[in-house]
Design a protein around this ligand. Structure first.
Ligand SMILES: [Mn+2]
Length: 289
């Protein structure tokens, strides 16, 4: 479970070089331009955030579009204990500069940066804040972009929800947000699926699957061809009941992103930092779909 890219086996060329011949042996920093990058679960404001690696990845990978798919800044942790080193500032500045230079940046808040949900419909230094988004790939596929925490209650109740009707399912989906807001007001911590998974390794696989099926099902109901989410810190890209389910992973453990090439194909990439290879940090590619 720890390293998805090991688990994927031969499908992933872990130390493969850039697909379109980006020259990694060059003296200059190699750059690879993507049409779109999707990242989530950076958890800036916590010691776990791998900000330096993320900066390297962003620096070497310009893009026309960038989706920040929630849990970018960890407001929950910051409220408990302030932690904000320079590298975390650098990430925000890098993002703002990217927006200034013409990259379209869309921020879809998650549960850890729920404070930003107050500002949905507004812009912050050129970064659009949206509750959810729809991205059209270069080959015309519509991807629903959502963080994924709205499905926590569904996942928690997946066992008995399987026996009730669609109406109650949708009610649970809607209640989820309000329940968590109520918990926050009562001083209770957010029930975090990703944190829960870490403690429940044995049943984790069931929860991951329930989450994936729930998110893909909702994307299908809304008439999209695919979905991009985060939240559970499990990078994944596969078809579920005819829907392309993509989870862009996180920058706490897996250092992963979902990228779109200019022909509209999508791939999961994994950043290998310089200190884990003898040379320079680089990207390992998954299979494009
Ligand atoms: Mn989350």
């Amino acid at each position: 479970m720890r390293n998805l890219f090991d688990a994927l086996g031969p499908a992933v060329h872990r130390f493969g070089s850039e697909r379109d011949g980006g020259n990694t042996d060059d003296d200059q920093l190699p750059r690879k331009h993507y049409r779109t990058i999707f990242i989530s679960d950076l958890h800036l404001g916590t010691p776990g955030c791998q900000a330096a690696a993320l900066l390297e990845f962003l620096k070497t990978h310009p893009s026309d579009n960038l989706y920040l798919v929630g849990d970018i800044v960890d407001g929950w942790q910051l409220r408990r204990k302030w932690y904000w080193p320079q590298s975390h500032n650098d990430v925000l500045q890098k993002l703002l500069r990217r927006a200034r230079k013409g990259c379209r940046i869309v921020f879809v808040p998650g549960n850890h940066d729920e404070f930003a949900r107050e500002f949905i419909g507004h812009q912050f230094g050129g970064i659009e804040i949206m509750e959810e988004a729809v991205h059209t790939t270069a080959d015309g596929r519509q991807l629903w972009i959502v963080h994924g925490d709205y499905f926590d209650a569904v996942v928690q109740c997946a066992r008995w929800l399987a026996y009730v009707g669609d109406n109650l399912y949708e009610l649970t989906l809607r209640l989820n947000r309000h329940l968590n807001r109520l918990r926050a007001r009562m001083g209770l911590p957010y029930w975090s699926l990703s944190a829960y998974l870490k403690h429940k390794v044995k049943s984790a696989l069931n929860y991951v699957t329930d989450f994936e099926v729930a998110v893909a099902g909702e994307a299908c109901r809304r008439g999209h061809q695919g979905v991009v989410c985060g939240h559970i810190h499990r990078a994944e890209m596969r078809e579920i009941n005819g829907i392309l389910y993509c989870n862009d992973g996180d920058w706490v453990e897996s250092r992963s992103a979902l990228v779109e090439y200019f022909d509209g194909s999508l791939a999961l990439v994994h950043w290998v930092p310089a200190d884990q290879t003898q040379g320079r940090g680089h990207v390992a590619h998954g299979v494009a779909v």
